[in-house]
Design a protein around this ligand. Sequence first.
Ligand SMILES: Cc1cc2nc3c(=O)[nH]c(=O)nc-3n(C[C@H](O)[C@H](O)[C@H](O)COP(=O)(O)OP(=O)(O)OC[C@H]3O[C@@H](n4cnc5c(N)ncnc54)[C@H](O)[C@@H]3O)c2cc1C
Length: 396
Amino acid sequence: MQSGSRSHKTFNLPKVAIIGGGVIGLSVGWRLAQAGCRVDVFERHRTGQGASWAAAGMLAAGAEAMPGEAANFELGRRSQALWSEFATQLERAAGQSIEYRTEGTVVTSLKKADQDKVRQQFEFLETRGARVSWLTGEEVRGREPVLSRAVCGGYFSSDDGQVNNRKLVMALRQAVGEAGGIVHEGQRVLGVEVTNGSATGVIADSGLAPAEIVVVACGLGSKELKIKDLMEIPMIPVKGQMMALSMGEAYLSHVVRTGDVYLVPRRSGRLVVGATSERGRDDDLATEEGLAALKNGVAALAPDLASLPLEETWAGVRPGTRDGLPILGSCTIPDLILATGHYRNGILWTPITAALVTELIVSGRSSDLLKSFSLNRFSGEWTKLKTALNQPSLTA
Ligand SMILES: Cc1cc2nc3c(=O)[nH]c(=O)nc-3n(C[C@H](O)[C@H](O)[C@H](O)COP(=O)(O)OP(=O)(O)OC[C@H]3O[C@@H](n4cnc5c(N)ncnc54)[C@H](O)[C@@H]3O)c2cc1C
């Protein structure tokens, strides 16, 4: 399907094979099944146990986008606007809570130099129309009295929220089934079947599964898929170590972030603390060094929380791309759609990804928003790499 038009299938909704059962594959599968498509989701392990399980669940369009990252902010803002309805519909469909909340984020810093960066981020967001308000250090502590007296100014981003990402994946898994989709766990996909230049199915462990449309939604695994005549889908693993403390009573009412650490209070009394950012690392081991960095971050930001009992430690790997943006939409292979590379914002970007991909498949319309996220933006570097690899070696 090239940039959008599939009029031949408009009245006869296609059979869709989705590779990957994380938040992205499951949410796309749920929306497509709701729309009336026949959906099969192929997951090599158990659904939702990849990056989607490891995440903190922040829905932080107003805290994640850095100055200059307009496309990142726009996607986040558009997704944030969908989140409330998405959560209500999902909870109803799955019959379970996903703990969606919207109390906003406090972004602050402990050093003057960092405060300047926070100020620049605030100004960038303000010029893009985000609902953010500047806070003095005293006002930051007014919102969260447990924070250190050393906190400098920062800002409050009132449209931000959080969701319990582990409950989210479980609810999505349930909702796909309720809508008539089929989830195949323990089914690794090796590649995409391409016939006469178009995607016609997936080659799974159990053999060929024919489909009229194939969606690649397998995060880091996208890079390994064999797809004839498609450039490699470039993925950069970025490991993140996390821990959870047992907060008991509510010490914190909002998500609080500095450049070093973030604190995500769950209603259950669990305090999720994250995260390291280790580019190029793709293992999911929590290390003493990583956890010490998180503990030091908590001790500096909120000393009273540093002695809370440790509940859990874990690590996950973000499916990153070079520019930090996802890879979404059609590509050079007709009937192959990409929905991958959601890096550090895949939970936030879940509703918008599901909506854009569903629109593309069901009505054949390719939203203008997709233009910034095409795989094509990496094709120049891929061509260069291929040319370099084909040069005869000078040193033999
Ligand atoms: C520590 C950490 C903290 C994070 N915090 C946040 C946050 O607060 N807010 C936020 O918005 N985002 C956050 N993220 C990012 C977010 O978790 C990811 O962007 C998101 O989960 C990506 O979803 P996904 O479905 O693409 O990937 P995954 O959840 O990794 O799912 C991909 C699935 O595909 C399967 N798969 C792979 N290859 C194949 C194959 N060949 N065949 C079949 N199945 C295959 C995998 O087993 C996996 O289950 C965080 C990530 C990490 C690691």
